[in-house]
Design a protein around this ligand. Structure first.
Ligand SMILES: N[C@@H](CCC(=O)N[C@@H](CS)C(=O)NCC(=O)O)C(=O)O
Length: 222
């Protein structure tokens, strides 16, 4: 377990898994960075003999990410994102317009509860770079649904992110962008391609990827 102190006075602790593999950690971490609040990062290497015991110190579900702030403990990426939005309203982690905000929440919720096939066939591995030979019909359907969601939102907002400025919905889609890149999924739509580039260029995303590439992760986790 390694500790990264981002500030002398961290506002909360964020417990995350390997940056290479942990897509749920990436989502919560990006929202934490976007919140502008100083936080301390606690890193746990997943799928090791001591992993379960290490996570159990912080997260009652046995999963990461988890957020700890005094007596408050949260163990779900979407709940963490909502809490950070309340802690840091000036960061505008959701869109300002009520309709766009409700839609952005729906987007994040669909990622949070859906895309099971995409998740299992294109598991996040930021060091992976090889075209996938066979996609199952369920994965193709998930990919098409993601593209439909992106283009629908981008047509209205005109970018650079789904609802204009970077918001929680973008943090939730960021790992999917990297799944598409790692497995060389052919994306023809110009708006979707531009969106993927904008996600890759986001300062927090770049930092996360740089740190992932430095990780000496023993083996693939999931
Ligand atoms: N619904 C949870 C999912 C969390 C999750 O599945 N985390 C994975 C890592 S990405 C995990 O903790 N795996 C560790 C394990 O199962 O031992 C969330 O949104 O935070």
């Amino acid at each position: 377990m390694a500790y990264h102190v981002h500030s002398d006075k961290p506002y909360f602790d964020l417990i995350i898994g390997d940056k290479t593999f942990s897509s749920w950690s990436m989502r919560a971490w990006l929202v934490a960075v976007q919140s502008g609040l100083p936080f301390r990062e606690i890193n746990i290497t997943l799928d090791q003999p001591k992993t379960a015991a290490q996570i159990a110190k912080f997260s009652p579900s046995g999963k990461v990410p988890a957020l700890k702030q005094g007596k408050i403990v949260l163990w779900d990426s979407l709940a963490i994102a909502e809490y950070l939005n309340e802690l840091s309203p000036e960061a505008k982690l959701w869109p300002e317009d009520i309709g766009a905000r409700a839609l952005a929440r729906t987007y994040a919720a669909e990622v949070h509860s859906g895309f099971a096939s995409l998740r299992s066939q294109l598991s996040m591995d930021l060091k992976h770079s090889e075209e996938i030979r066979h996609l199952t019909p369920a994965t193709i359907s998930d990919i098409n649904r993601v593209l439909e969601m992106w283009t629908t939102a981008l047509k209205v907002s005109e970018g650079p992110y789904l609802f204009g400025d970077f918001c929680i919905a973008d943090a939730f889609f960021a790992p999917i962008v990297f799944r598409f890149l790692s497995y060389k999924i052919q994306i023809k739509d110009k708006m979707a391609k531009a969106y993927m580039k904008n996600i890759q260029d986001h300062h927090g995303v770049q930092f996360w990827v740089e740190e992932a590439l430095k990780e000496k992760t023993p083996r693939k986790v999931f």
